[in-house]
Design a protein around this ligand. Structure first.
Ligand SMILES: *[C@@H]1O[C@H](CO)[C@@H](O)[C@H](O)[C@H]1NC(C)=O
Ligand SMILES: *[C@@H]1O[C@H](CO)[C@@H](O)[C@H](O)[C@H]1NC(C)=O
Ligand SMILES: *[C@@H]1O[C@H](CO)[C@@H](O)[C@H](O)[C@H]1NC(C)=O
Ligand SMILES: *[C@@H]1O[C@H](CO)[C@@H](O)[C@H](O)[C@H]1NC(C)=O
Ligand SMILES: *[C@@H]1O[C@H](CO)[C@@H](O)[C@H](O)[C@H]1NC(C)=O
Ligand SMILES: *[C@@H]1O[C@H](CO)[C@@H](O)[C@H](O)[C@H]1NC(C)=O
Ligand SMILES: *[C@@H]1O[C@H](CO)[C@@H](O)[C@H](O)[C@H]1NC(C)=O
Ligand SMILES: *[C@@H]1O[C@H](CO)[C@@H](O)[C@H](O)[C@H]1NC(C)=O
Ligand SMILES: *[C@@H]1O[C@H](CO)[C@@H](O)[C@H](O)[C@H]1NC(C)=O
Length: 409
């Protein structure tokens, strides 16, 4: 406590030398509620959307040089945003509040898909443009520097895109990109744009350059039960110790919040995915794995593809004998229970499914393993384990939560 107080004071003293504005000492870390929402009116294809995103993540990670390739992969059929996880973020002075998708798979922050960007006296036009292609969405706009308000955190001179053209963002205003800053080579000005986490840390507003995410399983279509934390972990949100692993060295997963992981099935330890690189991603709904891994999983579970939802489907008998998946990450094994492997049955209709059917949340990433990005641990995984992206130390942490073994689905 004392140590933290003195480091805060030291940071504050440093900040005073560069800014004449009064400094407010904040009790870092800062937490923000995350809302989850389904759009039941579109024709949702969650799998299609996640697959389109994964394809583009693979192609665009080397920066703007790969735009043409990324653009060619853009799938206009996958732009129906069926489910999203948003935080309310203020931009400008006074702030206008926007609902932004929390995304560790990209790093540009921008607004204007829904509510327009409002220029205020803290807005500085950098005269650069920004273009980001997400696979299931696209944004083009003007790059500003502005004051960004995240709960009690007020970050100045943050790079923010003001959208002039977007596709695929229904019912949200933009994206809060909190992945590695290296992914932000999308502006016409050269170099990267610091993320809000980087900027807040650089301005001495948070103790550590890290973000942590708590998601909880949910059975309602709209609920606010996630927590995004800047600058520290929220110890009330995890039960086990946080175990860290370094960001993978395998490209292209190494450009994201990428890790190495192996997956086995059941007590017999049937190999599903041998140790390989992939990413963690709050912008993906499902758990995506390489085609060969999905075939092994299907073989182990007896699941069949369901045409209507695009997901795998199992019978009640198969569910009764479904075993856990085991994720080997670093020295730790994370048990992913049968209940975690199924889509919440109360939300079957939200994805166009039958109320009585049982759908699985694991899908095909669309390529064989060995591609350097062989899985995406999306929301379905992250709602079972507390998740920390430690930017400063290039590592990723996981911990069990009170929902790891939840039987809500
Ligand atoms: C998009 O949908 C249309 C009509 O269903 C189809 O003809 C087209 O091939 C689809 N495009 C992609 C990239 O899947
Ligand atoms: C910007 O405008 C707000 C009120 O709209 C005011 O409180 C603030 O002092 C202004 N900032 C600057 C730098 O002029
Ligand atoms: C925008 O902010 C960054 C720091 O976050 C700074 O390096 C850059 O010079 C600013 N650009 C303009 C045009 O003010
Ligand atoms: C952007 O362009 C405008 C108009 O040419 C100019 O007034 C302004 O100073 C430029 N801003 C920066 C950050 O270069
Ligand atoms: C839901 O999706 C439809 C079709 O994509 C879109 O037109 C509509 O604006 C969305 N509604 C909300 C509340 O997001
Ligand atoms: C970016 O770099 C290119 C070539 O390296 C240069 O031509 C261009 O002027 C630079 N743009 C800015 C905004 O610095
Ligand atoms: C995965 O590992 C197992 C056991 O080491 C091996 O038999 C299998 O061929 C490997 N699969 C792939 C796709 O490399
Ligand atoms: C399917 O499972 C059987 C045993 O249940 C195994 O012998 C076979 O190799 C598996 N096939 C694949 C593709 O994993
Ligand atoms: C979940 O259940 C498994 C098997 O019963 C048990 O070994 C594990 O400790 C439980 N995990 C948590 C976080 O409660």
């Amino acid at each position: 406590m004392l140590a933290r107080l003195s480091s805060l004071l030291a940071l504050t003293a440093a900040a005073v030398t560069v800014s004449a504005k009064p400094i407010v000492i904040r009790d870092s870390p800062i937490t923000l509620p995350i809302a989850r929402r389904f759009n039941l009116t579109g024709v949702p294809s969650i799998l299609k959307q996640d697959q389109a995103r994964a394809k583009v993540l693979k192609a665009r990670s080397q920066g703007s040089g790969n735009y043409k390739q990324a653009a060619a992969l853009f799938d206009a059929n996958a732009t129906n945003q069926a489910v999203d996880y948003t935080v309310s973020v203020g931009v400008g002075t006074p702030p206008t509040f926007y609902n932004l998708i929390v995304d560790t798979g990209s790093s540009n922050t921008w607004v204007g898909a829904g509510a327009d960007y409002v220029v205020t006296n803290s807005s500085v036009d950098t005269n650069n443009t920004v273009t980001v292609i997400y696979g299931s969405g696209v944004v083009f706009g003007e790059q500003y520097n502005d004051t960004v308000t995240l709960g009690d955190l007020v970050v100045e001179n943050q790079g923010v895109g003001a959208a002039e053209f977007t596709l695929g963002f229904n019912g949200v205003d933009g994206i809060l990109g909190i992945g590695p800053a290296l992914l932000t080579t999308d502006t016409s000005g050269n170099g990267t744009v610091p993320t809000v986490t980087d900027t807040a840390f650089g301005q001495g507003l948070i103790d550590s350059n890290l973000v942590a995410v708590s998601f909880e399983p949910a059975t309602e279509s709209s609920v606010t039960n996630g927590v995004l934390t800047f600058g520290g972990v929220d110890d009330s949100k995890h039960t086990g110790d946080i175990a860290y692993v370094p960001i993978t060295s395998t490209s292209p997963a190494s450009n994201y919040v990428g890790i190495d992981q192996a997956i086995t099935y059941g007590s017999a330890g049937i190999p599903i995915l041998n140790s390989t690189a992939g990413i963690t991603d709050t912008g993906t709904t499902l758990l995506l794995i390489a085609s060969d891994a999905l075939a092994a999983y299907q073989n182990a579970t007896g699941a069949v593809a369901d045409e209507t939802t695009g997901l795998l489907k199992i019978t009640q008998d198969q569910f009764d004998s479904l075993e856990s998946l085991f994720f080997q990450i670093g020295d730790n094994t994370y048990e992913f229970t049968p209940n975690a492997q199924i889509w919440p049955r109360s939300l079957n209709s939200a994805i166009g499914g039958d109320a009585d059917s049982i759908y699985l949340i694991t899908g095909d990433i669309g390529s064989e393993s060995g591609a350097g990005l062989d899985f995406v641990d999306g929301f379905a995984f992250l709602e079972r384990f507390y998740y920390v992206y430690d930017v400063a130390d290039s590592r990723v942490g996981f911990a069990t939560t009170e929902f790891t073994n939840a039987t809500t689905n």
